[in-house]
Design a protein around this ligand. Structure first.
Ligand SMILES: Cc1cc2nc3c(=O)[nH]c(=O)nc-3n(C[C@H](O)[C@H](O)[C@H](O)COP(=O)(O)OP(=O)(O)OC[C@H]3O[C@@H](n4cnc5c(N)ncnc54)[C@H](O)[C@@H]3O)c2cc1C
Length: 377
Protein backbone atom coordinates (compact mmCIF):
# COMPACT_ATOMS: atom_id res chain seq x y z
CA UNK A 1 0.00 0.00 0.00
CA UNK A 2 1.37 3.32 -1.07
CA UNK A 3 0.26 5.69 1.69
CA UNK A 4 1.34 9.30 2.11
CA UNK A 5 2.72 10.60 5.41
CA UNK A 6 -0.59 12.34 6.37
CA UNK A 7 -2.46 9.10 5.54
CA UNK A 8 -0.12 7.09 7.79
CA UNK A 9 -0.54 9.67 10.55
CA UNK A 10 -4.32 9.43 10.21
CA UNK A 11 -4.20 5.63 10.49
CA UNK A 12 -2.05 5.90 13.62
CA UNK A 13 -4.71 8.21 15.08
CA UNK A 14 -7.42 5.68 14.13
CA UNK A 15 -5.43 2.90 15.78
CA UNK A 16 -5.00 4.87 19.02
CA UNK A 17 -8.74 5.60 19.02
CA UNK A 18 -9.66 1.97 18.35
CA UNK A 19 -7.49 0.73 21.22
CA UNK A 20 -8.30 3.44 23.75
CA UNK A 21 -11.98 4.10 22.99
CA UNK A 22 -13.49 1.15 21.12
CA UNK A 23 -11.83 -1.92 22.68
CA UNK A 24 -13.42 -1.57 26.11
CA UNK A 25 -16.83 -0.67 24.72
CA UNK A 26 -17.30 -3.56 22.29
CA UNK A 27 -18.85 -6.05 24.72
CA UNK A 28 -21.33 -3.51 26.04
CA UNK A 29 -22.29 -2.46 22.49
CA UNK A 30 -22.91 -6.12 21.62
CA UNK A 31 -24.82 -6.97 24.79
CA UNK A 32 -27.02 -3.88 24.72
CA UNK A 33 -27.44 -3.91 20.89
CA UNK A 34 -27.00 -0.16 21.23
CA UNK A 35 -25.86 2.07 18.38
CA UNK A 36 -22.50 3.59 19.46
CA UNK A 37 -23.50 7.19 18.80
CA UNK A 38 -20.65 8.75 20.77
CA UNK A 39 -18.00 6.67 18.99
CA UNK A 40 -19.52 7.49 15.61
CA UNK A 41 -19.33 11.20 16.53
CA UNK A 42 -15.67 10.77 17.48
CA UNK A 43 -14.92 8.93 14.22
CA UNK A 44 -16.59 11.73 12.27
CA UNK A 45 -14.45 14.35 14.08
CA UNK A 46 -11.34 12.27 13.43
CA UNK A 47 -12.10 12.24 9.70
CA UNK A 48 -12.88 8.57 9.07
CA UNK A 49 -16.02 9.50 7.11
CA UNK A 50 -14.14 12.31 5.37
CA UNK A 51 -11.00 10.31 4.52
CA UNK A 52 -12.04 9.14 1.04
CA UNK A 53 -14.17 12.14 0.05
CA UNK A 54 -12.38 14.68 -2.19
CA UNK A 55 -11.44 18.02 -0.66
CA UNK A 56 -13.83 20.00 -2.89
CA UNK A 57 -16.71 18.24 -1.11
CA UNK A 58 -15.40 18.78 2.39
CA UNK A 59 -13.34 15.59 2.64
CA UNK A 60 -9.67 14.90 3.28
CA UNK A 61 -9.00 13.60 -0.22
CA UNK A 62 -7.18 10.49 0.97
CA UNK A 63 -6.95 7.18 -0.88
CA UNK A 64 -9.35 4.24 -0.79
CA UNK A 65 -6.58 2.40 1.12
CA UNK A 66 -6.89 4.90 3.98
CA UNK A 67 -10.64 4.33 4.29
CA UNK A 68 -10.30 0.55 4.06
CA UNK A 69 -7.43 0.40 6.53
CA UNK A 70 -9.47 2.51 8.98
CA UNK A 71 -12.31 -0.02 8.72
CA UNK A 72 -9.87 -2.89 9.24
CA UNK A 73 -8.28 -1.28 12.33
CA UNK A 74 -11.64 -0.51 14.01
CA UNK A 75 -12.94 -4.02 13.11
CA UNK A 76 -10.15 -5.54 15.23
CA UNK A 77 -12.03 -4.10 18.21
CA UNK A 78 -15.70 -3.91 17.16
CA UNK A 79 -17.21 -4.84 13.80
CA UNK A 80 -20.38 -2.86 14.52
CA UNK A 81 -18.54 0.41 15.04
CA UNK A 82 -16.53 -0.07 11.84
CA UNK A 83 -19.48 -1.02 9.65
CA UNK A 84 -21.39 2.24 10.13
CA UNK A 85 -18.87 4.53 8.35
CA UNK A 86 -18.00 1.73 5.90
CA UNK A 87 -21.59 1.48 4.64
CA UNK A 88 -22.09 5.26 4.65
CA UNK A 89 -18.99 5.97 2.58
CA UNK A 90 -18.54 2.93 0.36
CA UNK A 91 -22.21 2.17 -0.37
CA UNK A 92 -23.68 5.68 -0.41
CA UNK A 93 -20.80 8.19 -0.79
CA UNK A 94 -18.86 6.22 -3.41
CA UNK A 95 -21.68 5.83 -5.99
CA UNK A 96 -22.74 9.46 -5.52
CA UNK A 97 -19.12 10.49 -6.06
CA UNK A 98 -18.67 8.29 -9.12
CA UNK A 99 -22.05 8.59 -10.80
CA UNK A 100 -23.90 11.53 -9.20
CA UNK A 101 -24.42 14.91 -10.83
CA UNK A 102 -22.46 17.85 -9.49
CA UNK A 103 -25.51 19.06 -7.59
CA UNK A 104 -25.97 15.63 -5.93
CA UNK A 105 -22.30 15.62 -4.93
CA UNK A 106 -22.66 19.12 -3.46
CA UNK A 107 -25.83 18.09 -1.66
CA UNK A 108 -24.62 14.87 -0.05
CA UNK A 109 -20.86 14.50 0.08
CA UNK A 110 -20.08 17.27 2.56
CA UNK A 111 -22.69 15.72 4.86
CA UNK A 112 -21.12 12.28 4.45
CA UNK A 113 -17.74 13.85 5.29
CA UNK A 114 -19.16 15.27 8.50
CA UNK A 115 -20.52 11.87 9.56
CA UNK A 116 -24.17 12.09 8.52
CA UNK A 117 -25.23 8.48 8.08
CA UNK A 118 -26.22 6.98 4.73
CA UNK A 119 -27.38 3.55 3.51
CA UNK A 120 -27.83 1.44 0.40
CA UNK A 121 -31.28 -0.14 0.09
CA UNK A 122 -31.39 -2.99 -2.42
CA UNK A 123 -32.72 -6.09 -0.65
CA UNK A 124 -36.42 -6.87 -0.54
CA UNK A 125 -38.22 -9.79 1.11
CA UNK A 126 -37.33 -12.87 -0.96
CA UNK A 127 -34.96 -11.02 -3.29
CA UNK A 128 -31.55 -10.98 -1.61
CA UNK A 129 -29.28 -12.74 -4.08
CA UNK A 130 -31.54 -12.06 -7.05
CA UNK A 131 -31.22 -8.27 -7.09
CA UNK A 132 -33.19 -7.94 -10.36
CA UNK A 133 -36.30 -9.59 -8.90
CA UNK A 134 -37.09 -6.48 -6.81
CA UNK A 135 -40.60 -5.12 -7.07
CA UNK A 136 -40.05 -1.57 -5.77
CA UNK A 137 -41.32 0.58 -8.62
CA UNK A 138 -40.47 4.08 -9.79
CA UNK A 139 -43.16 5.47 -12.03
CA UNK A 140 -42.47 8.62 -14.01
CA UNK A 141 -44.90 11.47 -13.45
CA UNK A 142 -43.82 14.73 -15.12
CA UNK A 143 -40.33 15.58 -13.85
CA UNK A 144 -40.74 13.27 -10.86
CA UNK A 145 -40.75 9.59 -10.06
CA UNK A 146 -43.16 7.97 -7.61
CA UNK A 147 -41.50 5.24 -5.55
CA UNK A 148 -43.51 2.42 -4.02
CA UNK A 149 -42.13 -0.66 -2.30
CA UNK A 150 -40.41 -2.07 0.73
CA UNK A 151 -36.75 -2.80 1.40
CA UNK A 152 -35.55 -5.09 4.16
CA UNK A 153 -32.37 -5.80 6.15
CA UNK A 154 -30.94 -2.35 5.49
CA UNK A 155 -27.80 -1.52 7.49
CA UNK A 156 -27.90 1.93 9.14
CA UNK A 157 -31.68 2.01 8.48
CA UNK A 158 -32.38 3.52 11.90
CA UNK A 159 -29.92 6.39 11.64
CA UNK A 160 -29.51 7.07 7.91
CA UNK A 161 -30.59 10.49 6.73
CA UNK A 162 -30.35 9.43 3.09
CA UNK A 163 -30.67 6.17 1.18
CA UNK A 164 -29.57 5.01 -2.24
CA UNK A 165 -32.62 3.01 -3.32
CA UNK A 166 -32.95 0.59 -6.25
CA UNK A 167 -36.26 0.62 -8.09
CA UNK A 168 -37.62 -0.73 -11.37
CA UNK A 169 -38.30 1.98 -13.94
CA UNK A 170 -38.84 -0.49 -16.80
CA UNK A 171 -39.51 -3.88 -15.15
CA UNK A 172 -39.88 -5.64 -18.50
CA UNK A 173 -36.23 -4.81 -19.28
CA UNK A 174 -35.00 -6.60 -16.12
CA UNK A 175 -31.25 -5.74 -15.64
CA UNK A 176 -31.67 -2.82 -18.00
CA UNK A 177 -34.77 -1.51 -16.28
CA UNK A 178 -33.47 -0.59 -12.84
CA UNK A 179 -32.62 2.89 -11.58
CA UNK A 180 -30.92 4.18 -8.41
CA UNK A 181 -32.40 7.14 -6.51
CA UNK A 182 -30.97 9.17 -3.65
CA UNK A 183 -33.90 9.41 -1.25
CA UNK A 184 -33.94 11.60 1.88
CA UNK A 185 -35.34 10.28 5.11
CA UNK A 186 -37.65 13.28 5.49
CA UNK A 187 -39.32 12.76 2.11
CA UNK A 188 -43.01 12.26 2.57
CA UNK A 189 -44.05 8.59 2.35
CA UNK A 190 -40.72 7.14 3.51
CA UNK A 191 -40.79 5.33 6.83
CA UNK A 192 -38.57 2.97 8.79
CA UNK A 193 -40.27 -0.32 9.60
CA UNK A 194 -39.22 -3.23 11.74
CA UNK A 195 -35.73 -3.37 13.27
CA UNK A 196 -34.11 -6.82 13.35
CA UNK A 197 -32.31 -8.34 16.33
CA UNK A 198 -29.19 -10.07 14.98
CA UNK A 199 -26.65 -12.70 16.03
CA UNK A 200 -23.78 -10.27 15.47
CA UNK A 201 -22.90 -6.67 14.56
CA UNK A 202 -25.63 -5.81 17.05
CA UNK A 203 -24.56 -2.19 17.47
CA UNK A 204 -25.69 -1.47 13.91
CA UNK A 205 -29.35 -1.00 13.12
CA UNK A 206 -30.79 -3.28 10.42
CA UNK A 207 -34.29 -2.26 9.40
CA UNK A 208 -37.00 -2.25 6.83
CA UNK A 209 -37.27 0.90 4.70
CA UNK A 210 -40.79 1.42 3.40
CA UNK A 211 -41.88 3.70 0.58
CA UNK A 212 -45.47 4.66 -0.01
CA UNK A 213 -45.84 7.13 -2.89
CA UNK A 214 -42.49 8.83 -2.26
CA UNK A 215 -42.16 11.62 -4.82
CA UNK A 216 -38.56 11.97 -5.96
CA UNK A 217 -37.31 14.60 -8.37
CA UNK A 218 -35.58 13.38 -11.52
CA UNK A 219 -32.37 15.08 -10.39
CA UNK A 220 -32.15 12.61 -7.48
CA UNK A 221 -31.24 9.84 -9.92
CA UNK A 222 -27.69 8.57 -9.39
CA UNK A 223 -26.42 7.79 -12.89
CA UNK A 224 -28.98 7.40 -15.62
CA UNK A 225 -32.48 5.98 -15.89
CA UNK A 226 -32.30 2.18 -16.36
CA UNK A 227 -28.56 2.10 -15.61
CA UNK A 228 -29.01 1.25 -11.93
CA UNK A 229 -28.04 -2.41 -12.04
CA UNK A 230 -24.63 -1.70 -13.57
CA UNK A 231 -23.95 1.05 -11.02
CA UNK A 232 -25.12 -1.20 -8.19
CA UNK A 233 -22.68 -3.94 -9.26
CA UNK A 234 -19.86 -1.41 -9.64
CA UNK A 235 -20.64 -0.03 -6.16
CA UNK A 236 -20.53 -3.53 -4.70
CA UNK A 237 -17.07 -4.03 -6.20
CA UNK A 238 -15.85 -1.38 -3.76
CA UNK A 239 -18.30 -2.40 -1.02
CA UNK A 240 -16.97 -5.97 -1.05
CA UNK A 241 -13.46 -4.72 -0.36
CA UNK A 242 -14.94 -2.97 2.69
CA UNK A 243 -16.40 -6.30 3.85
CA UNK A 244 -13.02 -7.95 3.28
CA UNK A 245 -11.40 -5.25 5.43
CA UNK A 246 -14.00 -5.89 8.15
CA UNK A 247 -13.42 -9.67 7.97
CA UNK A 248 -9.64 -9.21 8.08
CA UNK A 249 -9.91 -6.97 11.15
CA UNK A 250 -12.13 -9.54 12.90
CA UNK A 251 -9.61 -12.29 12.06
CA UNK A 252 -6.69 -10.24 13.34
CA UNK A 253 -8.56 -9.64 16.58
CA UNK A 254 -9.17 -13.38 17.00
CA UNK A 255 -5.53 -14.28 16.36
CA UNK A 256 -4.55 -11.64 18.91
CA UNK A 257 -6.95 -13.23 21.44
CA UNK A 258 -5.18 -16.56 20.99
CA UNK A 259 -1.63 -15.23 21.11
CA UNK A 260 -2.22 -12.93 24.08
CA UNK A 261 -4.06 -15.49 26.19
CA UNK A 262 -2.23 -17.29 29.01
CA UNK A 263 -3.94 -20.51 27.98
CA UNK A 264 -2.58 -19.98 24.52
CA UNK A 265 0.95 -19.66 25.85
CA UNK A 266 0.58 -22.87 27.83
CA UNK A 267 -0.83 -24.84 24.96
CA UNK A 268 1.67 -23.31 22.55
CA UNK A 269 3.81 -26.28 23.45
CA UNK A 270 1.40 -28.59 21.66
CA UNK A 271 1.72 -29.37 17.98
CA UNK A 272 -2.03 -28.97 17.63
CA UNK A 273 -1.79 -25.34 18.75
CA UNK A 274 1.09 -24.61 16.40
CA UNK A 275 -0.58 -26.22 13.38
CA UNK A 276 -3.86 -24.43 13.96
CA UNK A 277 -2.13 -21.09 14.50
CA UNK A 278 -0.13 -21.59 11.30
CA UNK A 279 -3.33 -22.32 9.34
CA UNK A 280 -5.04 -19.25 10.80
CA UNK A 281 -2.16 -16.96 9.87
CA UNK A 282 -1.89 -18.54 6.44
CA UNK A 283 -5.59 -17.86 5.77
CA UNK A 284 -5.22 -14.29 7.04
CA UNK A 285 -2.25 -13.70 4.78
CA UNK A 286 -4.15 -14.95 1.70
CA UNK A 287 -7.01 -12.61 2.60
CA UNK A 288 -4.72 -9.60 2.99
CA UNK A 289 -2.92 -10.31 -0.29
CA UNK A 290 -6.18 -10.37 -2.29
CA UNK A 291 -7.54 -7.36 -0.40
CA UNK A 292 -4.42 -5.31 -1.20
CA UNK A 293 -4.58 -6.35 -4.84
CA UNK A 294 -8.24 -5.38 -5.15
CA UNK A 295 -7.59 -1.94 -3.64
CA UNK A 296 -4.68 -1.40 -6.04
CA UNK A 297 -6.97 -2.16 -9.00
CA UNK A 298 -9.64 0.31 -7.84
CA UNK A 299 -7.04 2.99 -7.15
CA UNK A 300 -5.56 2.46 -10.62
CA UNK A 301 -9.06 2.88 -12.15
CA UNK A 302 -9.09 -0.75 -13.34
CA UNK A 303 -11.86 -3.33 -13.21
CA UNK A 304 -11.72 -5.03 -9.80
CA UNK A 305 -14.74 -7.36 -10.22
CA UNK A 306 -12.71 -10.57 -9.97
CA UNK A 307 -10.42 -9.47 -7.15
CA UNK A 308 -13.19 -7.75 -5.14
CA UNK A 309 -15.17 -11.00 -5.13
CA UNK A 310 -12.07 -13.07 -4.39
CA UNK A 311 -11.14 -10.79 -1.47
CA UNK A 312 -14.61 -10.94 0.03
CA UNK A 313 -14.85 -14.71 -0.41
CA UNK A 314 -11.38 -15.40 0.97
CA UNK A 315 -11.60 -12.94 3.87
CA UNK A 316 -15.17 -13.87 4.85
CA UNK A 317 -14.67 -17.64 4.79
CA UNK A 318 -11.31 -17.21 6.56
CA UNK A 319 -12.81 -14.98 9.27
CA UNK A 320 -15.43 -17.62 10.12
CA UNK A 321 -12.80 -20.38 10.21
CA UNK A 322 -10.23 -18.31 12.11
CA UNK A 323 -12.68 -17.16 14.81
CA UNK A 324 -14.01 -20.72 15.17
CA UNK A 325 -10.50 -22.14 15.57
CA UNK A 326 -9.62 -19.37 18.01
CA UNK A 327 -12.55 -20.40 20.23
CA UNK A 328 -11.44 -24.01 19.95
CA UNK A 329 -7.89 -23.20 21.02
CA UNK A 330 -8.96 -20.97 23.88
CA UNK A 331 -11.37 -23.51 25.34
CA UNK A 332 -14.30 -22.85 27.65
CA UNK A 333 -13.41 -19.22 28.45
CA UNK A 334 -13.95 -18.37 24.79
CA UNK A 335 -17.53 -19.64 25.01
CA UNK A 336 -18.32 -16.74 27.36
CA UNK A 337 -18.15 -12.97 27.06
CA UNK A 338 -15.06 -13.06 29.32
CA UNK A 339 -13.13 -13.07 26.05
CA UNK A 340 -14.19 -11.16 22.89
CA UNK A 341 -13.69 -14.26 20.74
CA UNK A 342 -17.28 -15.56 20.74
CA UNK A 343 -18.48 -12.10 19.68
CA UNK A 344 -15.95 -12.08 16.87
CA UNK A 345 -17.27 -15.48 15.70
CA UNK A 346 -20.81 -14.04 15.57
CA UNK A 347 -19.50 -10.91 13.81
CA UNK A 348 -17.56 -12.96 11.25
CA UNK A 349 -20.62 -14.85 10.02
CA UNK A 350 -22.26 -11.86 8.41
CA UNK A 351 -19.24 -11.23 6.19
CA UNK A 352 -20.17 -14.41 4.27
CA UNK A 353 -23.70 -13.12 3.69
CA UNK A 354 -24.09 -9.44 2.95
CA UNK A 355 -23.09 -7.61 -0.23
CA UNK A 356 -23.64 -10.91 -2.05
CA UNK A 357 -23.31 -14.25 -0.29
CA UNK A 358 -20.11 -16.16 -0.80
CA UNK A 359 -21.93 -18.49 -3.22
CA UNK A 360 -22.70 -15.42 -5.33
CA UNK A 361 -19.00 -14.44 -5.11
CA UNK A 362 -18.04 -17.92 -6.37
CA UNK A 363 -20.40 -17.48 -9.32
CA UNK A 364 -18.90 -14.08 -10.14
CA UNK A 365 -15.34 -15.42 -9.88
CA UNK A 366 -16.05 -18.43 -12.11
CA UNK A 367 -17.86 -16.29 -14.72
CA UNK A 368 -15.04 -13.72 -14.76
CA UNK A 369 -12.42 -16.45 -15.20
CA UNK A 370 -14.40 -18.07 -18.03
CA UNK A 371 -14.86 -14.67 -19.67
CA UNK A 372 -11.13 -13.92 -19.45
CA UNK A 373 -10.08 -17.46 -20.29
CA UNK A 374 -7.48 -17.00 -17.56
CA UNK A 375 -5.72 -20.06 -16.16
CA UNK A 376 -2.71 -18.52 -14.42
CA UNK A 377 -2.01 -15.60 -12.09
C1 LIG B 1 -27.00 -7.99 8.98
C2 LIG B 1 -27.39 -7.76 7.54
C3 LIG B 1 -27.22 -6.52 6.97
C4 LIG B 1 -27.60 -6.29 5.64
N1 LIG B 1 -27.46 -5.04 5.10
C5 LIG B 1 -27.96 -4.78 3.86
C6 LIG B 1 -27.96 -3.45 3.31
O1 LIG B 1 -27.42 -2.51 3.92
N2 LIG B 1 -28.55 -3.23 2.12
C7 LIG B 1 -29.13 -4.23 1.41
O2 LIG B 1 -29.67 -3.96 0.35
N3 LIG B 1 -29.15 -5.52 1.88
C8 LIG B 1 -28.59 -5.81 3.09
N4 LIG B 1 -28.61 -7.09 3.59
C9 LIG B 1 -29.18 -8.16 2.79
C10 LIG B 1 -28.10 -9.06 2.23
O3 LIG B 1 -27.42 -8.43 1.19
C11 LIG B 1 -28.79 -10.37 1.80
O4 LIG B 1 -29.11 -11.08 3.00
C12 LIG B 1 -27.91 -11.23 0.92
O5 LIG B 1 -27.74 -10.63 -0.35
C13 LIG B 1 -28.47 -12.65 0.72
O6 LIG B 1 -29.80 -12.61 0.39
P1 LIG B 1 -30.87 -13.47 1.19
O7 LIG B 1 -30.61 -13.25 2.65
O8 LIG B 1 -32.20 -13.12 0.67
O9 LIG B 1 -30.51 -14.95 0.90
P2 LIG B 1 -30.94 -15.80 -0.39
O10 LIG B 1 -30.67 -15.03 -1.62
O11 LIG B 1 -32.33 -16.29 -0.17
O12 LIG B 1 -29.94 -17.00 -0.30
C14 LIG B 1 -30.11 -18.08 0.60
C15 LIG B 1 -29.00 -19.08 0.35
O13 LIG B 1 -29.08 -19.54 -1.01
C16 LIG B 1 -27.87 -19.29 -1.69
N5 LIG B 1 -28.16 -18.88 -3.07
C17 LIG B 1 -29.05 -17.96 -3.48
N6 LIG B 1 -29.03 -17.84 -4.83
C18 LIG B 1 -28.07 -18.70 -5.26
C19 LIG B 1 -27.58 -19.04 -6.54
N7 LIG B 1 -28.05 -18.47 -7.65
N8 LIG B 1 -26.60 -19.98 -6.60
C20 LIG B 1 -26.10 -20.56 -5.49
N9 LIG B 1 -26.55 -20.28 -4.24
C21 LIG B 1 -27.51 -19.36 -4.13
C22 LIG B 1 -27.22 -18.15 -0.93
O14 LIG B 1 -25.82 -18.15 -1.11
C23 LIG B 1 -27.61 -18.47 0.49
O15 LIG B 1 -26.74 -19.41 1.03
C24 LIG B 1 -28.17 -7.34 4.89
C25 LIG B 1 -28.31 -8.62 5.47
C26 LIG B 1 -27.94 -8.83 6.76
C27 LIG B 1 -28.11 -10.20 7.36
Amino acid sequence: MNLSVPERQKLKEVEDFAISRVRDRATEIDESSRYPEDLIGEMAKMGIFAAYIPREYGGLGFSLSTLMESIRIVSRECASTSLIPDVTVSLFGEPVLKYGTESLKQKYLSRVSKGTIGALAITEPGTGSDAVAITTSAEKKGDRFILNGGKTFITNGGEAQFFLVSAMTSPEKKHHGMTLFAVDKEMSGLSIGKEFHKMGIRGTSTTEVLMDHVEVEEEQIVGKVNDGFRIEMDTLNVGRIGIASQAIGISEGAIRDVISSNDGQKSSRSENFLFKLADMVNMLHSSVTKYNESIELVEAGKDSTLLSSMSKLQAGDSAVKITEEAIHLLGYRAMTAELPTERRFREAKITQIYEGTNEIQRMIIAREILKMGRTSF
